[in-house]
Design a protein around this ligand. Structure first.
Ligand SMILES: [Zn+2]
Length: 573
């Protein structure tokens, strides 16, 4: 056992994930390759570098989810390690940016606790990250042509497939990674399919804590292997309505607070370190497993075992996921529920195994998500920005509920993107969805963001309305009415309700009757408090076409494998 007190140099690794590298091009294969290389470097190669040091001189706290926390006894070793990590990232990716920060432990009289040190290290790393100037790659010489994928780096190689492509080294490496390691291309007749590599192969290249390893393990446990999409259109084609994709961006809630609480709860140095380690690992495992379960249970995997979903990034407390448009909300909700459930159960497991002294969060950790439903050809990096904005709005609600009501729950916000707006979503909500009466009463034309429980209610309401076969046009006539001045909105909405009564629609549909009478007593609104009225009708209409009849998926459902039929291109497991 190392004497932790003599390990005074913390190395904080933070991958600078997104735009410049992961989404350098809009092509799925390259985004996927980028994500895989980041995982490979973070989970595997960084560990291999570490193993070149004397095991008595360092201690690995955590590596994963694009981050790393490693303790060193001597500053020169930390420095040496840092340089090797930076060099490896440059060699293997050319353009990915990683920040490696050496943070000595504060040594004043009442020095910092272990979790405080970790938090202080992460803060310092983030500050320096912000301060760094963004390197702009210079294309040397006019005769060099830029890469047709990312447009940033000089092209090195020309490929001929559906026209001419000139690729830079970074983009070539991304493509090579997936074609050599992720799947096997199979031709059946004229169709090409991409069979996910077996879990055993993925483990040896990427470790067992890699999202595609988790995916392969889940399906192999159930006796089959799956085929992957090759571009975002493949996902859009599985959507009803056709050609829509849902982009989900989720992130753990109040992680800083949890780490801070660890410091207060575990005053013993060794226990605090153990708890910090357990916290990091549990979060990472829960993210991967919850994401895979949510996709396999919600997304329709037909007999051909094709899974129309892309795990763009899954690790640490981060998830980026693309699924068919009509599956997006069900997947997001199920993911959030499973994440919380798993973080709770994993704590028990860790305690039983002696890897955690006592629970750090009795109710489990929660996560918040932003969901954008848009045409499949919409650039994914833009979808990520929008989903990120929505996720932040959702997170403020989760934080408020945790502080004021001691309620630990996942929350989500969402939009159906029909037209691109340049205005931030926060402003749009204020301008388009908020009205004020002279009396000071605030009228909100939306109830977003939702808790997971309320999101279930929303989807159930839409599903009930759909199954009661009320003509869609009758419901949709309410939508424009809501955006008028509040008085006019009430007047016109009541007129529509009256018409629904006269035509017998309310009698025919219990769910519609309930919605327009008891649920919304000051139709089309309900009172949230004395100063604010709200309505969920706008999101019911906006989502209406994207929610298919059936049951909500919940944590109670059990996973059913697609039929294992024999076919000519069946591949033995
Ligand atoms: Zn490129």
């Amino acid at each position: 056992m190392n004497d932790i007190n003599s390990m005074c140099f913390l190395v904080v690794i933070e991958t600078q994930k997104v735009k410049s590298y992961l989404f350098a091009s809009p092509i799925m294969r390259e985004i996927r390759g980028a994500s895989m290389l980041l995982d490979l470097l973070n989970r595997k190669k960084t560990k291999e570098i570490l193993k070149t040091f004397n095991p008595n001189d360092y201690e690995l706290v955590y590596l994963g989810g694009g981050t790393g926390r490693i303790l060193f006894r001597r500053e020169e070793d930390a420095e040496n390690f840092k340089n090797k990590v930076l060099k490896t990232y440059r060699q293997e990716t050319v353009t990915a940016r990683v920040s490696v920060e050496i943070v000595p432990r504060k040594k004043d009289d009442n020095g910092e606790t272990f979790p405080e040190w970790m938090s202080h290290g992460v803060r310092q790393s983030q500050q320096n990250k912000l301060g760094q100037s963004k390197g702009i790659p210079v294309l040397a010489g006019r005769w060099v042509q830029p890469c047709t994928s990312c447009g940033q780096e000089p092209a090195e190689k020309i490929l001929h497939e559906h026209g001419e492509h000139r690729l830079c080294r970074a983009c070539l490496l991304k493509r090579r990674e997936i074609s050599e390691h992720l799947y096997k291309e199979i031709k059946s007749g004229k169709k090409r399919k991409w069979l996910l590599s077996p879990a055993s192969k993925l483990i040896s290249r990427y470790t067992d804590r890699f999202i595609f390893t988790t995916l392969a393990q889940y399906t192999e446990d159930r006796g089959y292997r799956i085929f992957l999409p090759q571009d975002f259109d493949d996902i859009g084609q599985a959507s009803r309505p056709f050609n829509y994709m849902g982009f989900i961006y989720a992130d753990g809630n109040r992680m800083g607070e949890v780490v801070k609480a660890l410091g207060e709860k575990f005053t013993d140095e060794e226990e605090a370190k153990l708890a910090y380690k357990a916290f990091s690992e549990i979060m990472d495992q829960a993210t991967r497993e919850a994401a895979v379960e949510a996709v396999l249970e919600v997304v329709d995997i037909k007999k051909d075992r094709f899974v129309p979903a892309e795990f763009i990034m899954a690790g640490g407390d981060d998830l980026m996921l693309a699924v068919p448009g009509h599956n997006a909300l069900d997947v997001a909700i199920l993911f959030m529920e499973r994440f919380q459930e798993k973080t709770r159960k994993l704590q028990d497991k860790y305690i039983r195994q002696g890897r955690l002294p006592e629970p750090f969060s009795h109710e489990g950790l929660t996560t918040s998500a932003g969901v954008v439903i848009a045409h499949a050809h919409y650039p994914v990096s833009d979808l990520m920005d929008l989903a990120g904005e929505l996720m932040k709005i959702a997170k403020t609600k989760a934080a408020r509920l945790a502080e004021t009501k001691k309620e630990q729950t996942g929350t989500l916000d969402f939009i159906v993107l029909t037209e691109a707006g340049s205005e931030p979503i926060k402003d749009r909500r204020k301008d388009e969805y908020t009205r004020y009466l002279n009396s000071g009463l605030e009228i909100k034309l939306t109830e977003r963001p939702y808790t997971t429980a309320k999101a279930h209610w929303l989807l159930t309401t839409i599903r009930d309305l759909k199954s009661s076969r009320i003509p869609r046009s009758k419901l949709k006539s309410l939508y424009p009415v809501l955006f008028q001045g509040p008085m006019q909105a009430q007047f016109d909405a009541l007129r529509i309700r009256e018409r629904l009564k006269v035509t017998g629609d309310l009698k025919r549909s219990d769910s519609l009757n309930r919605l327009v009478t008891t649920t919304l007593p000051v139709f089309p609104f309900r009172k949230r408090d004395d100063n604010c009225w709200t309505t969920p009708l706008t999101e019911i209409m906006e989502l209406y076409d994207f929610i298919q009849p059936g049951k909500n998926k919940s944590t109670m459902n059990h996973y059913i494998s697609p039929e294992k039929e024999e076919s000519h291109d069946r591949v033995a497991v």
